[in-house]
Design a protein around this ligand. Structure first.
Ligand code: FAD
Length: 361
């Protein structure tokens, strides 16, 4: 067990799960900056306190506290559940390894960890339904245990598809609480998706996959549809990646990969909300199907006729963006263009925009 320092702020008192790690020189200041960057500058965390000795950032469902004591930095992370604690620990450890000369963090946690077992953020899921949805999409229904967090803790998740012809090798917890993934021939393919719906009574989760015909995920889903792929056990890892944007005054734009988020957002918008929405599609054959849920707010763009999402968004006048939340997700080049203009030309504050690359050409 670890001790929470006595003067810890009110903000962390409500969290049941916590873990801490100690870091020495030469990484001390760099680590504090890295946490600041991940959760505040690039993330949507709130900076509660930052001075020479300590930093406290509050995030959705948790907090990260950094305290410098002499030549040691103690990072304590707090979360509502052991699942979100694990996700947070993984994220910070991953960034430390990537950016601080492969610094391996050793964590002490409030929760007992069962080395060798499936990590708390992962479940093995069975495909119990797969059907074509219009011309462009495939709807997949998974059955897995403990899906309750998919209801509220994050809209997105990753699936892990085992390589063809290999017995699945699922990730497991190492002695120090890290997720260990299979490598080489057993490496899982791990694309991200968005929850369309969850049925907790039936332990079912539904997602829609854009069948762009290019990668291993489409090959897998098309194979399941045709009854020629036997990989109906996959990994489900998550949830994470934030929630739907506020609808009252919103510009929301995305392509097929963003459609599940856009649909869910528009389905809960009131008719009095001031929403501008763009959806770019490979072609407009499925518009009727999509429009049934999205309502009248949307302008559809036809990629096969050269219409582009970033062009549509970037031709809006700056005035239109005033006080408006900007949500954009699509191909990386498009997302980069929109992010740059949003930051440097429209000056949309960080807390009022989400611009993400959902895939890369
Ligand atoms: C937070 C988040 C949520 C997402 N939610 C969804 C979702 O609900 N539904 C969904 O369909 N996608 C979603 N995506 C996008 C999806 O993860 C990517 O499209 C991913 O690349 C799919 O993996 P893949 O195996 O098809 O292709 P990869 O193995 O990643 O790439 C293989 C090839 O396919 C191409 N490719 C990948 N995506 C596309 C595309 N959209 N159009 C054309 N070519 C493509 C790549 O350029 C590459 O050449 C989401 C992504 C993120 C980050």
């Amino acid at each position: 067990m670890i001790e929470i320092s006595e003067n810890i702020d009110k903000v962390v008192e409500s969290y049941d799960s916590y873990a801490s790690t100690l870091i020495g020189e030469p990484h001390l200041a760099q680590m504090v900056d890295l946490v600041h960057q991940i959760f505040f500058e690039k993330g949507s965390g709130q900076l509660i306190r930052r001075n020479e000795k300590s930093q406290l950032i509050s995030i959705r469902n948790g907090a990260i506290c950094s305290e410098i004591n002499g030549e040691q930095l103690k990072i304590t992370i707090y979360a509502e559940t052991s699942e979100s604690l694990h996700a947070l620990r993984e994220l910070i450890s991953h960034y430390a390894e990537e950016h601080l000369s492969e610094l391996a963090l050793d964590w002490t946690a409030s929760d007992e960890l069962d080395a060798g077992s499936l990590p708390p953020t992962c479940r093995v899921a069975t495909v119990v339904g797969v059907e074509r949805l219009g011309q462009l999409f495939i709807r997949v229904k998974l059955c897995a245990e403990k899906l309750d967090r998919y209801h509220h803790a994050g809209l997105h998740f990753r699936i892990g598809i085992p390589p063809i012809g290999r017995k699945p090798v699922w990730p497991f917890l190492s002695e120090n609480g890290r997720t260990t993934w299979a490598k080489g021939a057993d490496k899982l393919h791990l694309p991200a998706f968005t929850t369309v719906s969850v049925n907790l009574e039936r332990n079912e989760l539904v997602f829609d996959l854009f069948s762009h015909q290019n990668g291993p995920t489409c090959e897998w889903a098309e194979g399941l549809l045709a009854g020629i792929d036997s990989r109906n056990e996959i990994l489900l890892s998550g949830p994470g990646g934030g929630w739907m944007p506020p609808q009252k005054k919103l510009l929301i734009a995305g392509d097929e990969t963003a459609l599940p988020t856009i649909r869910r957002t528009l389905a809960t918008a009131n008719s009095s909300d001031d929403v501008i929405a763009f959806i770019e599609l490979e072609n407009l054959m499925d518009v009727k199907l999509i429009a049934a849920e999205c309502g009248h707010h949307v302008r559809y763009l036809d990629r096969s006729r050269g219409e582009s999402l970033s062009d549509a968004v970037l031709t809006l006048r700056k005035k239109k963006l005033e006080d408006r939340y900007l949500w954009f997700a699509g191909e990386k080049t498009d997302a980069d263009k929109v992010r740059e203009v949003a930051k440097s030309v429209w000056h949309v504050p960080r807390g009022r925009r989400y611009v993400a690359a959902f895939w890369k050409k």
